[in-house]
Write a protein that binds this ligand. Structure first.
Ligand code: ADP
Ligand code: MG
Length: 681
């Protein structure tokens, strides 16, 4: 009987009621309980009083020396007693523990835990135990669990201890013997015992090291197996485009591809030409030229006789991409359609029909693109741009419609290597590591609100030289209305400040048509200054814009600021980013510093991760970043890398799939539903 098949109520002391309460902690089985690890330990190990520093919390062994004195104040009480420890006399004080008075008989041994006041020779006791009653805590490191509701710390400790007594011997090893030996890992059953009940810090650390490795190894094993099986599947689309055809398109581009773009193109073509399904992540800093890579892939799909879809998060971006793709593809007779929420009625119906008949080769749109009533004649490639993770669910929607397209996911949030191999471990990753030649770095300045006059002077200088500028006003979370008002006020004052120029306005409350018009005017340089909320954050590409000004910049997160800054520096002119902020918090100031110190997105992301921690990095749980029970993606990164290599190597061994030595791992994969049913999705 496996521990993960035994319901937790089999642990004595777990009533039906308690069992229900444990469910709130996702504890259903004995295994779940045993793997409910403490997040820290409380040190109850005995120390000589003479070594305890003033103000420190410590546990000491003492003898009752005087008679206890009890004072009562209404319901409250204070109990004091003279005690002796290592020839030191001191006073022990308890609050609201009047019932102890009877027990404090002179000469009796007591183990006291509390805060030491050296000057007054007084210990304020938080915990006391009598060794003659079978003390349990003292002398040890006590685990501290995350508890709540009706589950108390004491109950959790007692229950896990009980579970270890009943089932501790039954905990099977799961890791292959060779890995246990190679890393000198503790056996699984011992590690789990010791994580809950470490004898000392060293042993606790060893136990933790073992479980961290196991957790990361199993996680990577899932990804590697998933990937291996995906590559074994031969039912993906096999694109057939040849190199000469590709070269024709490349030659038609207005610029030379960067080396990084060429390398990535090859990686993508190789995937697309193979019979398995491409699942590739393309990451590159803002402005590194991802769009043209997407265009190359879409072109390859169409020239292979398939259709392509490009999915983006906003309508503005969809329109921009549809426009620029149409321009690139025009000479090749490739047709591009646009499908967004504001395309309705006749127009929408015609487009859907044309997609279904295969008359439209490429469709650009928002999320709804691949769902609902949209059908293709032969969908061969889906590209998703910016912050969209194409989830397993959407994949199966497509597959149900009878497509099994290659998928290219593009992200401009450079993902620190740390997160890339966890969040995107099931994908192949291509990186655009350089920006197009001739780009100048973006100079970033951080100024206080009082400097607004000089900022206006700066705007004037740039637009007088024929350049364009963005002025971003912050989103006011509490109120959409205020937000819009803010943008309008700023717009009006900018019109007054720059009477010789045209000022545009863009915010979330405008209708799609109004937004499109505002963007069109800015693209065409008919407006020189665009006052906007963060709707321009991602993807917008106006190479003539050279100045990005962000008001109240400390209200934005680092990656958002970096994205906003990425709207400039996209052409041959020197570009600037001005952050206006008087941050109060340390973190806010640090963000401003990071922005002024580097314009490398990978570096920004790394610092962001440091400031925020991995849990927060993507903002949402559905980002695909897993939650680990015990491992920490950042501090245990080296282990994660080792675990990935070990898992990948193991999966490549034929014995992994057959030998009894790996049966526990295969059973694990089965329980995790990796090795059964719809294997891929
Ligand atoms: P992002 O990676 O942020 O999506 P884009 O694809 O929008 O970047 O490209 C940014 C700008 O750089 C665009 O104006 C694009 O036309 C231009 N660009 C892309 N590749 C090159 C290149 N190899 N040489 C010069 N300019 C390029
Ligand atoms: Mg882009």
């Amino acid at each position: 009987m496996l521990l993960n098949e035994i319901p937790v109520k089999k642990v004595s002391g777990v009533s039906a009621l308690k069992e229900g309460e444990l469910h709130a902690f996702h504890i259903f089985t004995v295994a779940d309980l045993l793997e409910y690890y403490p997040f820290r330990y409380e040190d109850y190990r005995l120390r000589p009083l003479s070594e305890v520093q003033d103000g420190e919390k410590a546990t000491v062994q003492a003898k009752v020396f005087g008679l206890p004195v009890l004072q009562r104040y209404g319901k409250k009480s204070r109990l004091t007693c003279k005690m002796m420890a290592d020839d030191w006399m001191f006073t022990a004080t308890w609050f609201n523990r009047h019932f102890l008075k009877e027990q404090l008989t002179p000469g009796r041994e007591v183990t006291l835990t509390g805060k030491w006041d050296m000057r007054r020779m007084q210990l304020t006791v938080s915990d006391s135990e009598f060794p003659d009653q079978g003390a349990s805590r003292s002398g040890s490191l006590q685990p501290v669990y995350s508890v709540g509701g009706n589950i108390t710390q004491a109950w959790m400790r007692k229950t896990i201890k009980q579970a270890l007594m009943q089932y501790g011997e039954m905990i099977p090893e799961i890791l292959p013997q060779e890995l246990v030996q190679q890393y000198g890992l503790m056996a699984r059953s011992r590690a789990i015992q010791r994580i809950h009940q470490p004898v000392d810090n060293e042993e606790g650390q060893q136990a933790r090291r073992r479980m961290v490795y196991e957790e990361l190894f199993l996680f990577q094993l899932k990804l590697q197996v998933y990937r291996a099986m995906n590559q074994q599947r031969q039912d993906g689309v096999q694109h057939t485009v040849d190199n000469a055809t590709m070269r024709e398109f490349v030659r038609s581009l207005p610029f030379e591809l960067t080396d990084a773009q060429k390398k990535v193109e090859l990686e993508i073509l190789q995937d697309m030409r193979s019979p398995y399904c491409m699942n590739r992540l393309l990451q590159g800093d803002v402005g590194s030229g991802k769009t043209v890579v997407a265009a190359l892939a879409l072109y390859a799909a169409v020239k292979s006789g398939y259709q392509g879809a490009l999915m983006v998060p906003t309508e503005i971006l969809a329109e921009q991409h549809a426009r620029s793709l149409a321009k690139l593809f025009e000479p090749f007779g490739i047709t591009v359609g646009l499908l967004t929420g504001s395309i309705t009625g006749r127009k929408r119906k015609d487009l859907l029909a044309s997609l279904q008949m295969g008359l439209t080769d490429i469709v650009v749109g928002t999320h709804a693109l691949i769902q609902e009533d949209v059908f293709f004649r032969a969908l061969g490639l889906v590209v998703t741009d910016e912050q969209h993770r194409f989830g397993v669910n959407q994949r199966s929607i497509l597959r149900r419609k009878g497509y099994n397209p290659d998928v290219l996911t593009m992200t401009a949030t450079p993902i620190p290597r740390t997160l890339a191999i966890t969040a995107f471990g099931d994908m192949d990753v291509s990186t655009l590591s350089e920006r197009p030649a001739g780009r100048k770095p973006i100079s970033t300045y951080w100024v206080k609100h009082g400097m607004m006059d000089r900022v206006l002077g700066f705007i004037n200088r740039e637009i007088s030289q024929g350049r364009q500028a963005y002025l971003i006003c912050p989103l006011i979370e509490e109120s959409d209305k205020l937000d819009v008002q803010n943008a309008i006020d700023l717009f009006v004052s900018m019109q007054q400040a720059f009477p010789d120029f045209q000022v545009g306005l863009l915010h979330g409350r405008m209708t799609p048509a109004e937004k499109e018009e505002a963007m069109r005017l800015f693209y065409a340089n008919e407006t020189q200054l665009l006052v906007s909320t963060t709707v321009v954050e991602v993807g917008v590409d106006v190479p003539n814009a050279t100045l990005m000004i962000v008001m109240d910049a400390d209200r934005f997160g680092l990656s958002q600021l970096h994205q906003l800054r990425g709207r400039v520096g996209r052409g041959e002119h020197a570009s600037y980013c001005v952050l206006i902020a008087d941050p109060k918090s340390e973190v806010g100031q640090e963000r401003m510093r990071v922005m002024t110190e580097t314009d490398d997105g990978f570096e920004v992301a790394r610092r962001d991760l440091e400031l925020r921690g991995p849990g927060d990095f993507f903002g949402t749980k559905q980002s695909g970043v897993p939650e680990f029970r015990i491992a920490d993606m950042v501090s245990d990164f080296a282990v994660l890398e080792a675990a990935r290599d070990d898992a990948a190597e193991l999966v490549r061994e034929p014995a992994f799939w057959t030998s009894p030595a790996y049966l526990p791992l295969r059973e694990y994969l089965q329980r995790e539903q990796i090795l059964q049913g719809e294997l891929i999705d």
